[in-house]
Write a protein that binds this ligand. Structure first.
Ligand SMILES: Cc1cc2nc3c(=O)[nH]c(=O)nc-3n(C[C@H](O)[C@H](O)[C@H](O)COP(=O)(O)OP(=O)(O)OC[C@H]3O[C@@H](n4cnc5c(N)ncnc54)[C@H](O)[C@@H]3O)c2cc1C
Length: 509
């Protein structure tokens, strides 16, 4: 029925095209069918998955974006329940685009705080909400995870089976975007980045074919998906290696801001230690929140074995006067719940990287203080700032290479470095410009300092990058060339480049 209607429409309008140009066809379609792309979906076999403004499924979908700014208003949202329905959706949108471009967005967990990356104004959002299962095969020891599963639910499914995967550190984060951007887990120094623990991606290509991509089949696509984000297709299943589950010793210890220097010195020694224990994951962050307005330093310790207060963190334990301490031996699902997040704020992430260097760390603290003072003077409502320092270890790369490699270009770095993330959240839309500019000034200031001191590292981690940053180019020219070739091979019409406006794009495809 849909195909017949669409064919008749296409035939009628193509006749028109003899006399009129493309723009006129588009405007005629727009005039006849103001909601053309959604109408096409409504006439197709996925009609029952389409939801419109005002309907409860539509409003619930918008309300569940992690970042308030990302609640754009698509003309309709389609919520497929299986890969076959994703395939139909892609075929309908590409066929309908012959007359008028149907722009679309893809959303899994909806955690990327960049408006337009996972949602679209005046287009169609493919919300994978219902594709959220986790299953485990005891024979192969592989977990098959659907894109909109949240990491908390993945851990709760696997733990009773005695298995674990290298997934996100926050329970609410989605599997889909996280794995396509690399994925840093507490297990990264032991097993590599999360994307390197994927052994097979099931993908819907631009022509609607559903293919498996792994080291034997479409191996180039397999590599490109490990870090290449949404440029190649819509991933409908991630098959991941599992390992034996054990409780972790972990939690967050909060200290007064005056301990920042001691923490940075300990971080330098931790990060530069060639014999660093691969079970010891760590994030050191500075934080301020209007909810409890004290400037603090936090250390998130996550030792991936059930060993309380392991030696790996000895120097941090020597810092006195902590304000609170949640560390204990607990399952990964509980650790991830502590990193959970609400969906009531507006959010900005930015990132940059620099060498493990005390002066650069101290400069981050100086610029952070300037920013907090500005925000205290100018911001309204509730707000919070966390600035995270993490050691990006060559062990991640070694594990990744061993498992077949990805496109992140990590092999260029022979020394550990600091990956910095600023994370600003605020309640008032009128403060968007203030926070966005403050975040920008902070990372620009650190970048300037690092460049002048020779400590800058040109890597940008995609999952923490902001809209104006270009993490794919930061993978290196050879990786960009490779991704470009793969995108052209699997998507020769450039559907995922042109109809999917959001996300980080490969330059010059
Ligand atoms: C509270 C919080 C904690 C975090 N913790 C970590 C962490 O521990 N480690 C880490 O590495 N990162 C972390 N992140 C960053 C996180 O990895 C990214 O925000 C990631 O994109 C989230 O995945 P998602 O599925 O929720 O994203 P979405 O916003 O749904 O998608 C992100 C991007 O991927 C695309 N995409 C999503 N699913 C698919 C799919 N199936 N096929 C094709 N394209 C798709 C989207 O179109 C979009 O461009 C955290 C983020 C938050 C907000």
């Amino acid at each position: 029925m849909f195909c017949l209607s669409l064919t008749l429409l296409v035939a009628a309008l193509l006749n028109l095209s003899h006399a009129q140009n493309e723009t006129k066809i588009e405007s005629t379609v727009q005039f006849l069918f103001p909601n053309y792309c959604c109408t096409a979906l409504t006439l197709s076999p996925v009609s029952m998955r389409v939801t419109y403004p005002g309907q409860s499924a539509y409003e619930a979908s918008l309300g569940s974006y992690f970042d308030g700014k990302s609640r754009l208003t698509p003309n309709c949202i389609v919520q497929p329940k299986a890969a076959e329905e994703v395939s139909i959706t892609v075929k309908v949108l590409t066929a309908a685009s012959l007359l008028k471009p149907c722009q679309f967005a893809v959303r899994s967990g909806g955690h990327t705080p960049i408006p337009g990356s996972n949602n679209v104004d005046d287009g169609v959002t493919i919300d994978l909400l219902y594709m959220n299962s986790t299953t485990y095969d005891t024979g192969t020891k592989i977990a098959s995870i659907s894109p909109a599963a949240r990491w908390g639910s993945v851990y709760q499914t696997l733990e009773p089976l005695g298995r674990m995967v290298a997934g996100g550190r926050g329970s609410t984060v989605g599997v889909g975007g996280f794995l396509l951007g690399g994925g840093i887990s507490h297990y990264a120094a032991r097993v590599g980045l999360s994307c390197d623990n994927v052994v097979n991606f099931q993908v819907v290509l631009a022509d609607g074919r559903i293919v498996n991509s792994n080291k034997n089949k479409s191996a180039d696509l397999f590599t490109a998906l490990k870090g290449g984000s949404s440029n190649f297709g819509i991933v409908t299943r991630y098959d991941m290696e599992t390992f034996q589950n054990e409780n972790l010793w972990g939690g967050i210890v909060t200290y007064p801001a005056s301990t920042a220097d001691q923490h940075f010195k300990a971080l330098v020694n931790f990060g530069l230690n060639p014999k660093r224990d691969p079970s010891a994951a760590l994030i050191v962050f500075q934080g301020y929140s209007t909810a409890s307005p004290t400037d603090v330093v936090r250390a998130a310790f996550d030792y991936t074995k059930p060993v309380p207060r392991p030696d790996a963190y000895k120097e941090f334990f020597a810092v006195a006067n902590n304000i609170s301490d949640t560390t204990k031996v607990q399952p990964m699902s509980a650790v991830a719940a502590e990193f959970g997040s609400d969906t009531t704020k507006r959010v900005q992430f930015r990132t940059l990287s620099f060498k493990i260097d005390l002066a650069t760390l101290q400069e981050t603290a100086r610029l952070y203080k300037i920013m907090i003072t500005e925000l205290q003077a100018k911001a309204s409502g509730q707000w919070r700032v966390s600035c995270l320092h993490q050691v990006w270890s060559t062990r991640y790369t070694a594990n990744s290479m061993y498992k077949g490699g990805n496109v992140l270009g990590m092999e260029r770095y022979t020394e550990n470095f600091i990956m910095y993330q600023s994370y600003l959240s605020w309640s008032e839309a009128k403060d968007d410009e203030l926070f966005i500019n403050q975040g920008l000034a902070l990372t620009d200031g650190i970048q300037k300092f690092a460049s002048s001191k020779g400590t800058a590292v040109d890597y940008l981690y995609l999952n923490y990058a902001d809209k104006d940053q270009d993490p794919l180019s930061a993978y290196g020219a050879d990786k960009v060339k490779f991704m470009r070739t793969v995108a052209r091979k699997y998507d020769p019409s450039g559907i995922y480049q042109n109809l999917l406006p959001g996300g980080f794009k490969i330059p010059n495809v």
